[in-house]
Design a protein around this ligand. Structure first.
Ligand code: ADP
Ligand code: MG
Length: 334
């Protein structure tokens, strides 16, 4: 497994479609890094530039110590798993997994034994003689993963690999991908537009917006300390509240909303008006002190209650695990 590095990389299609705008990126060897962002922000283009399926318009791309910027896809030692599994329908599962191996020069017996090994890694031992059409979507995607894995690439790329699977399978296949990546110590760059998926599988997340990087960090860093409203809102839900920062004391900032004061980490803030983002699960609902609010809506979703709370501040969304003693709409709370 090798690290991947982007130095001031841009991609312009035609005269003026800037798909990727001067990005810098470091993916450590053996880590799973996710590119997360809304449709059209440049994720696939970034991935395809690592694979050599698109050439960078400017900048430099390194895989390990090699400058691969101008190398064709076949010389990069990278494999890619696509959203559509792209299996050959007339070939058996085993032949599909062997294909790339024989193509890159392995003798038939060696290719066969490596392919069988790959199928075992993804939990598909015994499926080798089936046709893709005889497999479920999740199994087909595992074949695609096995096919990429057996090439033992320096870097493995995934472009929205779960989008064609239903919700239950998505969770299972994403856990499988993460487990294999960690077991084998693979460098993986993983594209998704699904924030929950990104939080679940990643060592690091790169949030993209309009062809540029909005923020990168661990899932916890991005969730707990987003740089701006876009990141706060894109990674999970955020309640945005207007407040005054009334006191700065060392690393702590005290905010005030409707006379209620609360102290938080300073994070570069200074006194004056500010907007804070509060996660729905961090809002504490009580009756003594706090900001006055009314329960406008209460929804039971099984594992928790979801509340819409209104007040002078506007409206916030809160989740609470009080499923056995839910609050009725109209209840006055703090
Ligand atoms: P994402 O994967 O984040 O949805 P893409 O990387 O596919 O975004 O696309 C980024 C931008 O580049 C979009 O505006 C898209 O229309 C444009 N784009 C992508 N591929 C091409 C292409 N081959 N020719 C022209 N424009 C393209
Ligand atoms: Mg895409």
């Amino acid at each position: 497994a090798a690290p991947v590095r982007f130095e001031n990389v841009s991609k312009v299609f035609g005269k003026d479609v800037v798909a990727v705008d001067n990005i810098n990126l470091n993916v450590e060897a053996g880590k799973l890094v996710t590119l997360l962002g809304p449709s059209g922000c440049g994720k696939t283009t970034t991935l395809r530039m690592i694979a050599g399926l698109e050439m960078a318009s400017s900048g430099k791309i390194l895989i390990g110590d090699r400058d691969v910027t101008k190398l064709p896809a076949t010389d990069r030692d990278v494999s890619m798993v696509f959203q559509s599994y792209a299996l050959f329908p007339h070939m058996s599962v085993l032949e599909n997994v062997m294909y790339g191996l024989t193509f890159s020069g392995f003798a038939k017996e060696e290719a066969r034994s490596r392919a069988l090994n790959g199928l075992e890694l993804v939990g598909l031992q015994g499926f080798d003689s089936r046709l893709p059409s005889e497999l479920s979507g999740g199994q087909q995607q595992r074949v695609a993963v096995a096919r990429a894995l057996v090439l033992e690439p320096q870097v493995l790329l995934f472009d929205e690999p779960l989008s064609n699977l239903d919700a239950k399978l998505r969770r299972q296949v994403r856990e499988d991908i993460r487990a294999i990546q960690q077991d084998l110590g693979l460098t993986v760059v993983y594209v998704t537009h699904d924030q929950e998926e990104a939080l679940a599988v990643s060592d690091e997340i790169v949030v993209m917006r309009n062809a540029a990087i909005a923020q990168m960090g661990t899932p916890r860093q991005l969730y707990d300390a987003p740089n701006d409203r876009f990141v706060a809102d894109f990674i999970g839900e955020a309640n945005l509240l207007e407040c005054q920062i009334v006191e700065i004391n060392g690393d702590a900032a005290t905010i005030e909303i409707e006379g209620y004061r609360h102290t938080l980490p300073r994070r570069g803030l200074s006194e004056g008006a500010a907007t804070i983002a509060v996660r729905p699960s961090r809002l504490v609902i009580g009756s003594h002190q706090g900001i006055p609010a009314t329960v406008a809506k209460a929804t039971y979703v099984g594992v928790r209650m979801e509340y819409t709370l209104t007040g002078e501040f506007g409206q916030v969304f809160a989740v609470h695990d009080d499923v056995d003693a839910p609050l009725d709409p109209g209840t006055e709370i703090k």
